[in-house]
Design a binder for this molecule. Sequence first.
Ligand code: ADP
Ligand code: MG
Length: 415
Amino acid sequence: MNLTPHTKPLSPGATLGVLGGGQLGRMFVHCAQTMGYKTAVLDPDPQSPAGLVSHFHLVNDFTDQDALAKLAQLCDAVTTEFENVPAQALDKLSKLIVVNPSGLAVSIAQDRIREKQHFINCNVPVAPHVFINSEEDLRTVGVPHLPGILKTARLGYDGKGQIRVRNLEEVSDAWLKLKGYSGSPMPCVLEKLLPLELECSIILGRKSNGQIVHLPPQRNIHRDGILALTQVHDGCLSSSLSLKIIEYAKSIANELDYVGVLCIEFFVLNNGNDSQDPFSLVVNEIAPRPHNSGHYSVEACDVSQFELQVRCLTDMPLISPRQHSPALMLNLLGDLWAQVDQINDSQDQSLSWREPDWQAILNIKGAHLNLYGKASPRLSRKMGHITFTGDSVTELYHNLAQATRILGIAPFDKP
Ligand code: ADP
Ligand code: MG
């Protein structure tokens, strides 16, 4: 809940702040600046992608009280792009200026245990699970949870902080391993490993008056626990599934009294031919910010997820985004920069880095290259993405196949 409600909408010329300087912050900053706002970024990394393009960049930690006070002085309103920002930082700022989303909403999204409890309160189905806070809780693990995935309650992302387990012994080992990372008891959730038919997500914007608008639900393909491709076109998701996604998403946002942009990730399960309802929907997790799966909206919709973030933050009118082109979004991980070289005639290999062939990519019709300006590539690091737009779905997949061939990415199938 916002402690400081807007008295009136913030017009262009005002300064908007963002906690976190990653690629989501960078795209927020670009969008806010296009709309005539000034921007300020708080991020300790002097080379942060958003800090590099912002009017102001406070190179400080998120817990630095002086930096938070300075940010409040500089800005008329502040949002976040970074899930693990301390909720106390948002709470502190909200006593001084407009802040959304709230510290409360962010703190729930940061903790898989509170998050699951929230979904259950909203009557939205979740995977069978058990919370593991202590050694004793391991005894509550049973057949309904196995095989499963043990996930740390906090600080997991891109498949990190998760271990797949087949039996009780593996759960105990995994618990010790995850605990080992932090050195102290690590609350976890053990989730049943579900047979996924597909994964999808939706991005919505909600204002303090309760108004909600959303992007069309999108279908996501993950590889190694990391989003690889987002598909948003006819034939991706049935209309009955889309309606259910929208209904659940609204209920999750309303119950949180959420203000800002929210992404909700879902799993779709195949119930088999015997069931009356062939597919069921299970909520996975939420992200209290724009999301990788919504990047396509920049080129394929008339209101992007970042424009929704600006409009929510400034309390400007929310209008329903319209998708004007079918879209695909291909993530570009640091692996594409890596080149494995054989050392002389030996078995040894060395890793060097080189730029992918951007000239060939930019030769593809309807391919929109987005690079985040990160100082150096690393394996699994999100370095950029390509959005494909075009007249037809067939054309999109033709162009995607061309790009994956150039980049050396395994091909994707059309749904
Ligand atoms: P992260 O915070 O890393 O995105 P997720 O919980 O979304 O964590 O898990 C990452 C991916 O792992 C999911 O997108 C999905 O592909 C797979 N996954 C997670 N939980 C389950 C589950 N219960 N059953 C099957 N696959 C899962
Ligand atoms: Mg996820």
